[in-house]
Design a protein around this ligand. Structure first.
Ligand SMILES: *Cc1c(COP(=O)(O)O)cnc(C)c1O
Length: 431
């Protein structure tokens, strides 16, 4: 390789904008001394960050490779061709669109390609793990389409496939969506396919949460079953923030037109290049080992937390995430989230199925293992994390003993995080 790379110049930022420079330093420090159990996050590699912080950020490239509305696109064309080719190979898909700015943008484009305003769309209800873009009234999906919600079975807390079929027969949806934000079990894509075929609906799998596990072959792929798979690239996949759409060849043109010009303008070519980097990383054996470890870690963490009195929704996990019902401990999801935050552990409050309290309070928390696994943690560390998390959740900061306990957990968290740093010191520019 020849040429010079102009990469991020932190000294220039510190000189020109000390306020934002301080934010960047603060965020790196935060990521280094806390435990990240947010199920939708995982630290990107230095290679992904290098592509993001590159001069590709300067380039307008409306259109697609070879058919741009701007000159000077020969280099970014190459980046997009590589990203598309790698995504197709990694996921075994006929076609890939790598331009969506986010998972929500990918979903907007998929709706636009497959349905007309007013069409019935069947998707998992938000309180049971669905996403805002699956029919929430606060979102385009619930305002411009006619949303119908399916649920989980109250006993098993797994998707009620009989209800999915009954609702499909009754409402004849144009589009059926599966894939969720807080569903810990595997989804039976074949069963969704059969139901979609029975009523002549398109099947869209929103794989935003688990696409990284699909890439690492740790869970089954939706690609053989779905008409369209939408996703993010920044969750367990460890790419840049962004979206991705995979589809069968017959739908390729419709998907491409729905992304641009229907839903978006110019693509973010630095992010497209970073997606290409992430797809290549995800095709390596090391990524497969990571994906498998993510699931093993989630199972271990859930088992250890269950011993501490936190009930895993749906009885456990097959993936990278779990929802824990805290009612037996008498602590709300909101209080648990705040206590963990004080102790340096990032989790988020989450409703449990048929939750009697409102989402702002919630009866549970959601946890995930992609970030800690990327940092190199394995089963023994999951046991340590479970003890720290359980101590934090039980500690009432309103009492002196509780406040002390949270400080103690915070110190232990810092120590554990320090043993498994997200970014090695030598890779980072500091003052
Ligand atoms: C994260 C997520 C999205 C949205 O992704 P953004 O990039 O935040 O827009 C959509 N669907 C599901 C199921 C998700 O988990």
């Amino acid at each position: 390789m020849e040429g010079t790379f102009w990469g991020p110049d932190f000294a220039a930022l510190e000189r020109d904008d000390p306020e934002i420079a301080a934010v960047l330093l603060g965020e790196l420090a935060r990521q280094r001394v806390t435990l990240n159990l947010v199920a939708s996050e995982s630290p990107t590699s230095p290679a992904v960050l290098a592509a993001l912080g590159s001069t590709l950020a300067n380039k307008y490239a409306e259109g697609y490779p070879g058919q741009r509305y701007y000159g000077g696109c020969e280099q970014v064309d190459r980046a997009e061709e590589l990203a598309v080719q790698r995504a197709r190979e990694l996921f075994g898909a006929d076609h890939a669109n790598v331009q969506p700015h986010s998972g929500a943008s990918a979903n907007l484009a998929a709706y636009a390609a497959l349905a007309e305003p007013g069409d019935p769309v069947l998707a998992m209800g938000l309180p049971h793990g669905g996403h805002l873009t699956h029919g929430s009234r606060a979102n385009f999906s619930g305002r411009w389409f006619h949303p119908i919600a399916y649920h989980v079975d109250p006993d098993t807390e797994e998707i009620d496939y009989d209800e999915v079929r009954e609702l499909s027969l009754a409402h004849q949806p144009k589009l059926i969506i599966c894939g969720a934000m807080s569903y810990p079990r595997l989804i039976d894509f074949a069963r969704f396919r059969r139901i979609a075929d029975e009523v002549g609906a398109y099947l869209m799998v929103d794989a935003a949460h688990f696409i990284g596990l699909v890439a690492g072959r740790a869970v089954p792929s939706p690609v053989p079953y779905a008409d369209v798979v939408t996703s993010t690239t920044h969750k367990a996949l460890r790419g840049p923030r962004g979206g991705l759409i995979l589809c069968r060849s017959e739908l390729a043109q419709r998907i491409d037109k729905a992304v641009f010009p229907f839903a978006q303008g110019g693509p973010m070519m630095h992010a497209v290049a970073a997606k290409a980097v992430a797809f290549r990383e995800a095709s390596r054996p090391a990524f497969r080992a990571y994906a498998e470890q993510v699931v093993r870690n989630a199972r271990e963490l859930v088992a250890a937390l269950a011993e501490e009195g936190m009930r895993p929704v749906a009885g456990g996990t097959d993936t990278h995430l779990a929802v824990l019902d805290l009612r037996a401990l008498g602590v709300s999801g909101r209080d648990a989230e705040q206590r963990c935050e004080r102790a340096g552990i990032s989790v988020n409050r989450n409703v449990v199925p048929y939750d009697p309290v409102r989402p702002a309070i919630a009866s549970g928390i959601r946890i995930g293992t992609p970030a800690v696994t990327t940092q190199g943690m394995a089963e023994p560390e999951m046991r340590r994390i479970a003890l720290l998390l359980a101590t934090a959740v039980r500690a009432d900061p309103g009492t002196p003993a509780g406040a002390d306990a949270l400080t103690g957990v915070r110190d232990s968290v810092r120590e554990l995080a320090g043993e498994f740093p997200a970014y090695l010191p030598e890779l980072v520019t500091t003052r």
